[in-house]
Design a protein around this ligand. Structure first.
Ligand code: SF4
Ligand code: SF4
Length: 118
């Protein structure tokens, strides 16, 4: 069975629905970087961080509710490389460590940072 992943992106870096940045799709489809050696990987949702200061949790909660109603599970969550860049380069105000802990405890899935290295 494919590994089902959700990706959280930076509202300030990506274009609407990531149309301006196809890198996550490329990395999933080519099974590279974060998804390397994970075998079959499917993106089951992408959602924005909610803009600064990063009100991520209610947005992921809503995604999970919708996915649950569709009988679609999630195995892993990723912050996109855009969030990684925002935290390193843009003084991102999100409490990434705190959000990660809450997401992992609330939804019972591991959360990773970064989706591709290009
Ligand atoms: S790094 Fe991924 S999630 Fe972020 S803008 Fe690019 S494609 Fe979207
Ligand atoms: S909180 Fe961080 S990840 Fe979200 S829009 Fe602001 S800079 Fe980007």
């Amino acid at each position: 069975m494919a590994t089902r992943i959700g990706i959280i992106y930076c509202e300030r870096i990506q274009d609407a629905s990531c149309v301006g940045c196809a890198k996550c799709y490329k990395s999933v489809n080519e099974n590279t970087f974060a998804f390397e050696d994970q075998g079959d990987v499917r993106v089951v949702f992408k959602c924005g961080c909610g803009d600064c200061p990063g009100l991520v949790i209610p947005r992921v909660d809503l995604q999970m509710t919708v996915l649950d109603s569709l009988n679609v599970g999630v195995d892993l969550l990723y912050f996109g490389t855009c969030v990684q860049k925002a935290t390193k380069l843009m003084n991102c105000p999100m409490n990434v460590e705190g959000v990660t802990t809450v997401l992992e405890e609330k939804f019972g899935v591991p959360v990773h940072m970064g989706t591709h290295d290009y």
